[in-house]
Design a protein around this ligand. Structure first.
Ligand code: B1M
Length: 220
């Protein structure tokens, strides 16, 4: 049996040739070798996705290939990794309520859904609003669900600007001081998060969970 590093490298190759069965087999193998679901995401699946994005930029992949890559990622999550994360989560406490969504104009949902899954596994009550969520919907759902945290994801440099609009809408509705705002997604940086007045930023799902806990004063 080879190392996990070797397996991850084969897994990335299989991902980029859209070998669905091969990818699923290797994800299961990595878990059986002791890898955590988050390691499989961050060390194999996400880097493979990023390479698909670079190939798209270079004109080597077309939109159709990005769609298939998205479908493959989602199948692996739904069939293998989400059940595994839930199985390992095991939190019996309810830590707080998070309203999460991908901002208006943005249809990327894979990263946001991973963050939602990890938050649930950690014990948060998560209301997932899906993609292309307008500011007023974030506000409405935050009020309706008495949210402790409003969490936003954006993958496009154009749509990340919407995050500021959501924060403005929360202020206008008079609830900005009652909710914490956490942001993330490939387009977003910690500096950008600070510049729009967000309370927290996560570079990946594990960090997002850590930041949400910290903001609510919950000890690890
Ligand atoms: Co899109 N796309 N895409 N795409 N796509 C990017 C983002 C891009 C960087 C690709 C590229 O050109 N290199 C580029 C954006 C360029 C830019 O703005 N600078 C791009 C483009 C241009 C587009 C279109 C405009 C293409 C077109 O139509 N011509 C179009 C836009 C559609 C729209 O949204 N309006 C488009 C469409 C699509 C598909 C539908 C084909 C598909 C999405 C499928 C789906 O989501 N159901 C797609 C894909 C797959 C990608 C890439 C290749 C991969 C995204 C992904 O799923 N990554 C992407 C390239 C890239 O990201 N490098 C790209 C895996 C996922 C696990 O990572 O979402 O980053 P990510 O989430 C991470 C962290 O960021 C973090 O945790 C997650 C787990 O680690 N995180 C948070 C995420 N949200 C968080 C929230 C938090 C905290 C952490 O707190 C709340």
């Amino acid at each position: 049996m080879g190392s996990l590093e070797e397996l991850y490298s084969k897994l990335k190759e299989a991902f980029l040739s859209f070998d669905f069965d091969g990818v699923k087999g290797m994800v299961r193998e990595a878990l059986s070798m002791g890898a955590s679901p988050n390691d499989v995401i961050e060390k194999a699946l996400r880097p493979a996705m990023e390479e698909a994005g670079r190939r798209f930029e270079r004109g080597e992949f077309f939109l159709a290939e990005l769609v298939v890559a998205g479908d493959l990622f989602k199948e692996v999550m739904d069939e293998i990794l989400v059940p595994e994360i839930q199985k390992r989560g095991g939190s019996t406490r309810t830590l707080g309520t998070v309203v999460i969504g991908t901002v208006r104009g943005d249809l990327h949902d894979i990263g946001k859904s991973i963050v939602a899954t990890m938050l649930r596994a950690a014990g948060f009550n998560v209301i997932d609003l899906g993609v292309d969520v307008p500011p007023e919907k974030f506000v409405e759902e935050a009020i309706r669900n008495k949210a402790d945290i409003v969490a936003m994801s954006a993958l496009l440099t154009t749509t990340m600007l919407e995050m500021k609009n959501v924060i403005e809408a929360l202020k206008k509705a008079g609830i900005r001081d009652r909710v914490k705002v956490v942001v993330g997604g490939a387009a977003v940086t910690e500096d950008y998060a600070k510049s729009i007045g967000a309370d927290g930023y996560g570079k990946d799902a594990v960090e997002a969970v850590r930041v949400c806990k910290q903001l609510l004063g919950i000890k690890e």
